[in-house]
Each structure stands twice: as C-alpha cells, then as structure tokens.
Design a binder for this molecule. Structure first.
Ligand code: ADP
Length: 389
C-alpha cells in the first residue's frame, strides 16, 4: 500500500510517501516557513533532490503543492496518514477520519493551538480535493491514554479538571510505541518493562509495561518533564505566577520564554543544538558542561521515577537525535543506573551511532540496553494500513 504520511507543524509540513509492503520511502520532502515570506520547498525521490523558494500562504497551500507534485510524478496514493499532536480525551487509538473525528480534533485544539488547527486544515483539504482517498489521524497522545488515573490526574480542583480537561496527555506516543514494537520484535519474551528514552530537540521518557503506557514525562503539553533544546521541562509551577507578578512578564512572554528560550539554549548560552554544546564542552566551556550535566541528571532522575512506576525495568531504549547519536549521553545516563545492574559495553555503545537497532549492554547486564532509531512515519503508515484497508 502506498501511504502519504503528512506531519504538519506550526510553520512546516513534512511528508513521506511510503510503500508499506516493501518498507520503502518512495519520495519525501518538507515545506518550510509556511505563512511567512520566502517559504522553502524541498522534495526528493530516487536520490534526486529539488529545493526551491516559494510562498506558502497557509498549510492548505503547502499540501496542495505536495499532492500535485507526488501525483504528477506518477506515484499512486492509496491513503493518507496525518500526524496529529493532540487527541485530547477523545482518542485511545488512531482513527479513520470522518466528520465526527474531524470535529473532535478541532474540539481539543485549544490544548495544542499551534498544531491541531493547521493539521485539521490539511485533513480538510485532502478530503475535499481527493474524496476517494481514506485519511487516518494518528495522535501523539493516544498511546498514553492507557496510563492509570494515578499517573495522569493532576491534583487540581475537580471542576477545573473537568471543565478544562486538565490532565497529563504526554506526547511522542508514536515514537514510544515504535520503540516498544521493535524492542519486542527483537527481544521477544525478554522484554516486558521498557523504559523508552526519546532524546531529541524535544525529549520525553515513557514507562511501557507489556505494551501499556504506565507513565510518561510530558504533561498537559510537551513543556513538562525533561530539560530540552529550548524548553525548561519540569520546574515549580509557581515560577509562572511569580514571573508575572514580580517580573511584569505577560502570559505570552512567559510562554515564549519557557518553550523557546530555555533548556539547553538558556544554560549553554550558545545553542539549543547538542552538537554545538558538545563542541563547547570539549573546549572546556563551563556553561556547556553544566548544560550537559543537567540534561543527563534530569533524564536520570525522571527515568528513576518511570522505572518506579513499573516497579522495575528489563529493557532501556534510546532514540531520536541525541539518543541515537550521542554515545556520551547514553554512557553518562547508564552509569547512573549501575546500582540497578545496568552495564553498558563501551565499544558497542560507541559503535551504535547511526547503525540501526543495536544492543549496547554488556552480556552480564541485568537490563538490556538498546539504540533503536525511531521511525514515526513508518508507524503512522502501519496504522493507516490497519485502518484504511
Ligand atoms: P526533533 O525533536 O526536532 O525531531 P531530533 O530528534 O532531530 O529533534 O534531535 C535533534 C537533536 O539531536 C539536536 O540537539 C542535535 O544536536 C542532536 N543531534 C543530531 N545529530 C547528532 C549527533 N551526530 N551527535 C550528537 N547530537 C546530535
């Protein structure tokens, strides 16, 4: 089946055309700077890549261009899969889109306004322009809906929780689900309690017991949990009120500060990109060293709470930009869990960079540690195949 996977962000739209039978990418690309002057369109197929400057007035304009190009290039599309950031309280699984599903995506959009409205507009366009094609919505949150109430409930007044649907929703669910699927395929009966570490620009951990999410570090929004590229992660929530009251910051300024100007960027003082910070740390830059130490410390500490929520761990997987590529972070993280019997094979850990699924734990380790490069697009395509067939 040929599935077009669409991942619409606040100002971008990435796509991949996947042949699920051959597990092959037929074409892929990215529309950037949507809604701004000087947009960029990149498209590649069969090793050929084109990039041109263009203007995308909105997301509908971007998806129109993508669909036109893919069909004119002679590819057939059997179905379209849409990554949706927030499924709210409605979705425990991916869903074949009809009017009701679309209405629910819009109903929960206030929880992720920068994403859900854009994603819904892309679905609307696809349904209008290609009414014969099935559309499937795949939610970043649905995997986490299996969390128990003790994990997802916020200790706030009931009327506030009920009226505003305030609770932990988590994110990166498609990636964590992929990690579970691959770990289980590779390890079989040896894998029951998995700690999945998605460490990228956005980072989260997930405790998965026999395929069920027990807890995760992101919360109502992706701001919670680990320290990230530009997000502060968990801090005392009273900081928000204090900055507004004493610092004179507006709501928007605090929102922007905590999402876009904090994390690795704020502590290193130079960049949100782990590679730049690594270079700075190697030159002895104290702020860069602190940024890495804090990143690893907070990841270790929150990982311990994820492990506690499963009452144990037998498998740890690392994925995303930092998790797949930075062996030093993996080593620092795993050394913190030697008391749990985690033993990493130093050579295997260094060699695992960019080399597909790899076991990096030593033979005498009580916990299997792996690097499993995530593939959210493939996971989405599998859901589309399951629901659209
Ligand atoms: P996003 O959340 O935007 O999808 P990614 O998963 O692409 O993020 O991760 C981006 C992060 O991964 C950046 O901090 C980047 O520096 C880091 N990264 C990417 N490649 C490497 C590498 N070879 N070594 C260390 N860090 C890397």
């Amino acid at each position: 089946m040929n599935v077009l996977v669409v991942n619409a962000g606040s100002s971008s739209l990435k796509y991949q055309l996947l042949d699920t039978d051959a597990h092959a990418i037929l074409a892929k690309g990215n529309c950037e700077r949507i809604g701004m002057d000087r947009g960029l369109f990149g498209h590649s197929e069969g090793g050929e890549k084109v990039v041109d400057e263009t203007i995308f007035t909105d997301h509908r304009c971007a998806i129109r261009r993508v669909l036109k190009l893919v069909t004119e290039a002679g590819f057939s599309i059997d179905a379209i899969g849409h990554r949706i950031v927030q499924g709210g309280w409605h979705f425990t699984d991916s869903a074949l889109v009809d009017d009701e599903v679309l209405a629910k995506i819009l109903e929960v959009a206030p929880l992720a306004p920068l994403h859900n409205y854009a994603e819904a507009s892309v679905i609307e366009f696809c349904r209008e322009a290609y009414p014969e094609l099935p559309n499937v919505a795949v939610f970043d949150t649905s995997f986490h809906m299996s969390m128990p109430a003790v994990a997802y409930t916020y200790a706030l007044p009931k009327d506030v929780r009920d009226t505003y649907h305030v609770r932990k929703y988590g994110a990166h669910g498609t990636s964590h689900r992929y990690e579970w699927m691959r770990a289980k395929e590779i390890l079989g009966d040896r894998c029951h309690r998995l700690l999945s570490c998605h460490l990228g620009n956005g980072s989260s951990l997930c405790a998965i017991e026999d395929g069920v999410c027990r807890d995760t570090t992101m919360g109502l929004t992706p701001l919670d949990g680990l320290m990230m590229g530009t997000r502060c992660g968990s801090i005392d929530p009273a900081t928000v009120c204090y900055l507004q009251r004493e610092g004179g910051y507006t709501f928007d300024e605090v929102d922007e500060m905590m999402n876009k100007k904090s994390g690795l960027l704020a502590i290193s003082g130079i960049s949100s990109d782990a590679r730049d910070i690594r270079a700075g740390a190697d030159e002895g830059n104290e702020d860069c060293l602190l940024a890495f130490d804090m990143f690893a410390y907070k990841a270790m500490q929150q990982a311990a709470s994820m492990i506690a929520s499963m009452a144990g761990v037998d498998t740890i997987t690392f994925t995303a930009g930092i998790g797949e590529n930075d062996w030093t972070i993996r080593q620092a993280f795993c050394q913190c869990f030697e008391w749990l019997g985690v033993r990493v094979d130093a050579e295997a850990n260094k060699a695992a960079v960019g080399a597909g699924p790899q076991v990096i734990s030593a033979p005498d380790s009580d916990v299997t540690v792996m690097v499993i490069p995530t593939d959210e697009e493939y996971m989405i395509a599998l859901d589309v195949e399951r629901l659209a067939k």
